[in-house]
Design a binder for this molecule. Sequence first.
Ligand SMILES: [Zn+2]
Length: 234
Amino acid sequence: MLLESKLLNTNKFNKKNYFKFLKSFKKLGYKFVNFKNIKEKKNIILRHDVDFSLDLAKKIAIWDKNLGINSYFFFQYDSPFYNLLTTKNINTLKFIQKLNHVLGFHITVKKKSEIKKELFLFSKLLAVNNIKFDKIFTIHKVGEKKQKLNFSKYKNFYKNKSLKIYYADSGGTFRFGSPLKDKEIILNKSTFQLNLHPVWWVSNKNTTKKQKIKSIKKLVVNTLNDELSSYKLL
Ligand SMILES: [Zn+2]
């Protein structure tokens, strides 16, 4: 077992440990790859579902670039926390795209016909701004129908045949144990998908889950305050 596996027994999700964590897979001989060229062994797909803020996504996009990793970012077009189409967020998407990461949609489950129309429309709106979203998607909020949802020409990222192993830091912990303790990974070097949410790693150092959630609230409120300040309401 690798020493690094210990760091994920705690809530110590921060920048330093993010680098350590991902480097430890490189030490094991893994490569971070594009899903189109995936092999059965020693490949990782690194994915980020962006649930709260594009600023946090931007930070982790830079970290990945520094690690020499091209990763996948999935954004919501109907997020209650951010608007994908503000000038600032459009610029952030362009920035992330420029770092050679891949962009896709993070979808809320509802009527299929509605999602289809929304995907079509938002792809166009983003294309107008020279942003290309690949025809890939992930499902927001784990559970029920996530494997079943399919759209023609779009790829449900969870359903990749060669990715039987999946790890996520949902809720700020690896609920099914650390991937660094999985024999399939450590010994067999099987290919897997790793879903790391920017929010758990980027917001404040060494803090508890409760504190992290508090800082997310602050982040959302600050964004709104910035917008409102021009109206001089306060
Ligand atoms: Zn989500």
